[in-house]
Design a protein around this ligand. Sequence first.
Ligand code: AMP
Length: 424
Amino acid sequence: MRVLVVGSGGREHALVWKLLQSPQIDALFCAPGNGGISKLASCIDTEPTDVEGLVSLAKRERIDLVVIGPESALAAGAADAFDRVGVRVFGPSRRGAQIETSKVFAKVLMERYGVPTASFETFQDYTAALDYLRRLEPPYVVKADGICAGKGAYVINSRGEGEAALKELLVDKVHGEAGKKVIIEGFLPGVETSYLAFTDGSALLPMLPSQDHKALLDNDEGPNTGGMGAYAPVPFVDKDLEARIDDTIMKKVVDGLRKEGIVYKGVLYGGLMLDGGKPYVLEFNARFGDPETQPLLFKMESDLLPILYACAEGRLASAGPISWKKGVALCVVAASRGYPAKPEKGKVIRGLEALEGLKDVFVFHAGTKLVGGEYYTAGGRVLGVTVLGETYGDAVRKAYDALSLVEFEGMHFRRDIGRKAFGP
Ligand code: AMP
């Protein structure tokens, strides 16, 4: 099978790495890819939002399956375009991707189909929003409707903060169109988990529950980032809770979307808050999470390709269940100085060869470039050192030992990835 992966991050490196192990792979392309991916797949310099470019690439290379990584490609209508020309695609249509690209769409869908989430109100008018907000007792959360690179959610602890957030979004329009509508929702206490499932629009095949670390600094301090590390499985989600998440959230959403005329094919990613064993939805993503994908695929025993193809063909019920390697998979992200605001670039990366061949260790590349045989930093998140350990402690030790062998000027990483697995 000839496969094209769209995207250029650590998530796409993990997808390429895993797909390459499939006995069914004949050729593997990535658009645009990165330094690490270029060692495994043919990288083609086409951007994820260049839908026409992607379609002509798929035709030229006689691609059998396109796997879409980033939401930008989904929002640009890449899956719809492949559908129109009859190329099998893993990733939802633009309408389906609204579950991620519009918080209002996601909230209304959840309300209509009885999916547990925080109560909410939607506003477009600053004065009306302000009026409503002045009647609330903090804490609560103000969110922009659209995608704001992880900066669209404001957890509010005082009325002043709430008023400032509304002004930023609705008056100063710091997020432009994405902040034209806002929602104000109740604060949910608890512990967060990421829950990803494959779906063909009817059947669901859940992956293991995982946990991301969104804040830049240890103890969840500092600004929000794309994600500084992740691990799977999480010890606080047992089989009963998984079944509850499937029944009360994932199935209801996929069925609800179908009733709305959307056959959702791809990954449905629930960002969940678990409160006293009850799951609530914070947000949905319409694609694999980054960095959750790195530990999840590192731990997956099953062949990924037939699962993705079954989703694209609408016959996921015949696939699965997924088998997993024993142990704990964990990924620590190394980022550039200045990330997330203004990351430095162009620094030489040293020590990677020391990690080659280490058992149960792999470095997934995100913002890297291969020039003249050397890797250079080329973005905010640079590397995702990913390991498989026997226990949580073993995985943490292994990941940080491996990371200590790598360096680039200004390298920054969190030192507490996986800590929540050991208890509050
Ligand atoms: P979101 O973009 O909706 O995932 O929100 C970003 C982060 O804000 C989440 O990962 C949570 O840590 C926090 N958050 C969002 N909504 C809520 C909520 N209703 N209650 C508590 N925390 C929230």
